[in-house]
Design a protein around this ligand. Structure first.
Ligand SMILES: [Zn+2]
Length: 217
């Protein structure tokens, strides 16, 4: 078994932590084979245990090997890796988002584990994109969000959520000595997803179910 410890973000508890390998195996039971003169790809599945919350994460590692000759001996050497987390699923996959909104939301997803401030700024841009898409009038984001509530496009609770996101965005965007931290990230992602679900995902699901119900008189 390879290295038993690695450090990364746990998708259960959201913390940067150490993982212990609790088991691993290769797809198809593959073994390194010297007969693959042109190289060999091996997929390994590994179960990791978070040392903080004790929950399991399943990782898939694709390793490419090449036959390398050193004097008279040939050996299969790993030349590249590709790592993906199979479980738990990262964030919910939100469908039916209007394009400019999706673009900003995905940008936030990409930096969520790396840079909390940048993530907060991208979430702010996602909110701006929502207001623009909904044609909410106003000079500032705050005014636009209030107008979204006044026009009854979003309920009050979601407006409160949106205003809190806007305040966290301000921490990320301005040098105020109090930056968003990695603890804030899961909360702001949950919050923006609640708004996106309400505005774009749920209506599409309702429409789909309605179409299905129409088929049965
Ligand atoms: Zn954990």
């Amino acid at each position: 078994m390879s290295d038993t410890k690695s450090s990364m973000h746990c998708s259960h508890c959201g913390k940067l932590t150490i993982f212990e390998v609790r088991g691993e195996g290769n797809k198809d039971g593959a073994k390194i084979d010297y007969n693959y003169h042109d190289g060999q790809d091996i997929t390994t599945w590994r179960i990791l245990e978070c040392q903080l919350c004790k929950n399991p994460t399943i990782v898939e590692v694709k390793t490419s090997y090449e036959l390398i000759f050193d004097a008279a001996y040939g050996s299969m050497e790993p030349i590249s890796f590709e790592i993906a987390i199979l479980y738990p699923e990262m964030r919910p996959h939100l469908t039916n988002l209007p394009e400019p909104i999706e673009k900003n939301y995905k940008a936030a997803l990409r930096v969520q584990d790396i840079e909390p401030s940048a993530c907060a700024v991208m979430i702010g841009r996602t909110l701006e994109a929502i207001c623009n898409y909904e044609n909410a009038p106003g000079k500032t984001l705050s005014e636009k969000l209030n107008n979204l509530v006044n026009s009854e496009r979003i309920p009050k609770t979601l407006a409160q959520i949106a205003h809190q996101l806007r305040q966290i965005r301000n921490l990320g965007a301005h040098d105020v000595g109090d930056e968003p931290t990695e603890k804030d990230v899961p909360i702001i992602m949950d919050f923006i997803e609640a708004i996106l679900e309400y505005l774009y995902v749920a209506p599409a699901k309702i429409a789909a179910l309605q179409a299905r119900l129409k088929k049965t008189p």
